[in-house]
Ligand binder design. Structure first.
Ligand code: 5AD
Ligand code: SF4
Length: 443
């Protein structure tokens, strides 16, 4: 930029990221977009010239939390009136203009599809003009965001390949906040991936709200995975989050014969009751999910499966809940997230009568106990096994390093060769509550 701002001291940008991995990726891209305006990121909100809250709206109270976080920024803004405050992400999309009405200290509100307009909005803010952009523009924001120039921060990176969702599960705000499904062209993804690998990235996690609905490659997500696997230096590929109905044969086959595709799959099922699945508009049965799991395991027997569950969906009876517990017992998950249903305004389920809170709490506890037991058993079964570990960063103890196994378990090791970005063979020696310990064998 020829603009004077880049010649003076850099402006500092603080981004707080809520919610999913896609927001983590978006925050990185927003920082890159604003670096063209002379902003460098800081970890300290107190010294920032701009604070951006990259928000999430998936579950209840998200908007209220954002408003209370904004309230907490008030003293900062009073102390330094030049401070610019922005709200991005799904709460920005859902609330729009309302944020400016309720929080006059906010300078800009930008929805997830408009991040490429941030530099203009930052300039407007500098001139004292407030802006709101929550359009779903026809252009692809990624075409308008600057190419990724910054050095990658670690050996593992996120890469968004598609956004939005057409599934309209009855409880979910994503189709409203992120819009309909849009896939990025494979060529763009491949060139971004090559750039990341040149900067030391060894593992890519492909992101999308409904990532396996990806259709920017004639071979779908499986085809994209195979093309990415051909990139020299890229060692590992993962993807998240998937819908069971979009697990096609090509993708399942890739799990069987593409060694760079890691043996890990997050496959939300939400419920084990056909009645509830129907009410949720999930468009598959529990049996179909179980059969799908069989096919995936036939391709890759050691795959670690994780899932998402909602308990207390409107109309859920104890028998429905037991069907969920049965499904969990038959699959055996390596880990899972479980949530108490929360009504999201504007979604079809929000109109329906809720399950009493105490009952839903009780179900959540029972489900979480079972899932924790399965997680422990899965981790325990790793003890004695050899896995590959991609070292990411120092651990908490002196000399110790931590990385991720093929199965996405955090693994602690101590060895001179265990440096960030190195992939080594490790024998798992112990399992703790949330991570494993291992002995370095080679690299
Ligand atoms: N209530 C509770 N959980 C929800 N999720 C999405 N919407 C809701 C809601 N209204 C959960 C689903 C989804 C995960 C990302 O969040 O399990 O898979
Ligand atoms: Fe939401 Fe996922 Fe359902 Fe799409 S498939 S509506 S993102 S829960």
């Amino acid at each position: 930029m020829a603009d004077d701002s880049t010649k003076t001291a850099p402006k500092k940008l603080f981004i707080k990221t809520y919610g999913c991995q896609m927001n983590v990726y978006d925050s990185e891209r927003m920082a890159e977009a604003l670096s063209a305006e002379g902003y460098v990121t800081t970890e300290n909100a107190d010294e920032a010239d701009m604070v951006l809250l990259n928000t999430c709206h998936i579950r209840e109270k998200a908007a209220e939390k954002v408003y209370s976080d904004l309230g907490r920024l008030r003293p900062l803004k009073e102390a330094r009136p030049g401070l610019k405050i922005g709200v991005a992400g799904c709460v920005a999309q859902a609330e729009g203009e309302e944020i400016l009405n309720r929080m006059p200290l906010v300078d800009l509100v930008v929805g997830p599809q408009s991040y490429h307009r941030l530099p203009d909005m930052a300039r407007a803010a500098a001139e004292g003009r407030k802006t709101v952009d929550t359009d779903f523009p026809a252009e692809d924001k990624f075409d308008h965001l600057p190419a990724r120039e910054k050095p990658a921060r670690g050996p593992s990176a996120f890469l968004t390949v598609q956004e939005g969702c057409d599934k309209f599960c009855a409880f979910c705000v994503v189709p409203y906040t992120r819009g309909v499904e849009v896939s990025r062209p494979a060529e763009r993804i491949l060139s971004e991936a090559r750039g990341l690998v040149d900067r030391g990235v060894r593992e890519l996690t492909l992101l999308g709200q409904n990532v396996n609905a990806y259709h920017g490659h004639p071979g779908g997500l499986g085809g994209l995975v195979r093309d990415l696997a051909a990139i020299e230096g890229l060692a590992r590929i993962r993807y998240t989050t998937s819908h069971p109905n979009d697990m096609d044969d090509g993708l399942i086959a890739a799990h069987g014969d593409e060694p760079k595709l890691m043996p890990y799959l997050h496959l939300p099922v939400q419920s084990g009751s056909d009645r509830i699945l129907k009410a949720m508009n999930r468009k598959h049965t529990a049996e179909a999910y179980l059969r799908l799991v069989e096919r995936i395991r036939a391709a890759r027997p050691d795959i670690l499966l994780t899932s998402d569950f909602i308990v207390g969906f409107p109309g859920e009876t104890e028998a429905d809940f037991q069907a969920t517990m049965d499904l969990v017992r038959s699959v055996g998950f390596g880990a899972a997230f479980s949530f108490k249903y929360s009504a999201r305004p504007g979604t079809p389920a929000a109109e329906r009568a809720a399950v009493p809170g105490a009952e839903a709490d009780d179900r959540l506890q029972r489900l979480q106990a079972l899932l924790t037991e399965q997680q422990r058993a899965t981790q325990q079964a790793m003890v004695g096994r050899e896995v590959s570990v991609l070292i990411e960063k120092p651990g908490r103890m002196a000399g110790q390093m931590v990385g991720k196994s093929d199965y996405l378990h955090a693994v602690h090791v101590t060895h001179p060769k265990a440096k960030p970005g190195v992939i080594g063979r490790v024998r798992i020696s112990a399992s703790g509550p949330n991570s494993l310990a291992g002995i370095w064998l080679d690299s």
